[in-house]
Design a protein around this ligand. Structure first.
Ligand code: CP
Ligand code: NVA
Length: 308
């Protein structure tokens, strides 16, 4: 049994295996083929923050795979009244075959996994969003054919999605340029790990115009992540100049793709023109959460191996 708390819990081979499996599962869905690899299996999904994509894609994934998903809001569980994470994790493992957890603090996800006898999947924490970036690698593969020799430029807040992307880029051998205001860089320990453990090519370039010059992919995310609303005014002020707008996209390659994990705050980190423009792949990104998370679930919750 294995958990997926950080993208670095997976080796390059495991990532490639999941993406390959996701391709097959995507084709199954498009051809209306049944792929009920998780028949009679149940997945608990605990959410301490709201969600549209993660919740729906995991729930539909379990239905398509012949299993069942339970949406559990933190405050509707006894957790909200002080039952310990340890007790909750130990009890839940007696009912379900896997757990997705979205938590304010990454430590909560780690503590849950420590006591869970079933696989635990990080559905977003303040530190990482591994399911998002795995799906993003799949989308990049669809548009660019591969990851090697590509440059992905992050513009905006060096947040949870950015942290996972720093690690993911290093693992798959993609160059990453990070363009954020000084105080909003991705975590130093994560950049260090990406460089030292995987030989990652991670460059910090505070000027977004320079940062996008050779980008194959421009990626942005909200300036105010969940749980940071008390910093909203400061953040909106400090991120001025880091908006992904048409003039920034025009400074990049002709075939650059623009990515955003969504939800987007139009007019802040990205304009509507770019979000809905010809370079944007955001809807494919959102859709691919479904196919890739199915592959993650099959990998963690069944013994099924996919053949070539
Ligand atoms: N991208 C993403 O995880 O979206 P949700 O917050 O809607 O799940
Ligand atoms: N960085 C964003 C991602 C949402 C999917 C947040 O944490 O709110």
């Amino acid at each position: 049994m294995k958990h997926l708390l950080s993208i670095s819990d997976l080796t390059l081979e495991e990532i490639e295996d999941i993406l390959k499996m996701a391709g097959k599962l995507k084709e199954d869905r498009y051809r209306n083929r049944v792929s009920d690899y998780l028949r009679n299996k149940s997945l608990a999904m605990i959410f301490e923050h709201p969600s549209t994509r993660t919740r729906i894609s995991f729930e539909v994934a379990m239905a398509d795979l012949g299993g069942h998903a339970l949406y559990l809001s933190w405050n509707d569980l006894q957790l909200g009244r002080g039952e310990t994470i340890k007790d909750t994790a130990m009890v839940m493992a007696r009912y379900v075959h896997g757990v997705v957890i979205r938590a304010r603090k990454h430590e909560t996800v780690e503590e849950f996994a420590r006591y869970s006898e079933r696989p635990v999947i990080n559905g977003l924490s303040d530190l990482e969003h591994p399911c998002q970036v795995l799906s993003d690698l799949f989308t990049i593969g669809e548009y660019k054919g591969n990851y090697r020799d590509l440059t992905i430029t992050w513009v905006g807040d060096g947040n949870n999605v950015c942290n996972s992307l720093v690690l993911a880029s290093a693992i798959v051998g993609m160059k990453m340029v990070v363009s954020t205001p000084d105080n909003y860089r991705p975590r130093e320990d994560i950049i260090k790990k990406a460089k030292e453990a995987y030989g990652g090519d991670i460059v910090v370039e505070p000027d977004p115009k320079k940062a996008v010059e050779n980008a194959d992919i421009i990626y942005t995310d909200v300036w105010v992540s969940m749980g940071m609303d008390n910093e909203k005014e400061d953040r909106i002020r400090n991120f001025k100049g880091y908006q992904v707008n048409q003039s920034l996209v025009d400074k990049s390659k002709d075939d650059v793709i623009v990515m955003h994990c969504l939800p987007a705050h139009r007019g802040e980190e990205i304009t509507s023109e770019v979000l809905e423009g010809t370079h944007s792949v955001v809807l494919d990104q959102a859709e691919n959460r479904l196919h890739v998370q199915k592959a993650i679930l099959v990998k963690l919750m069944s013994d099924i191996e996919f053949e070539e």
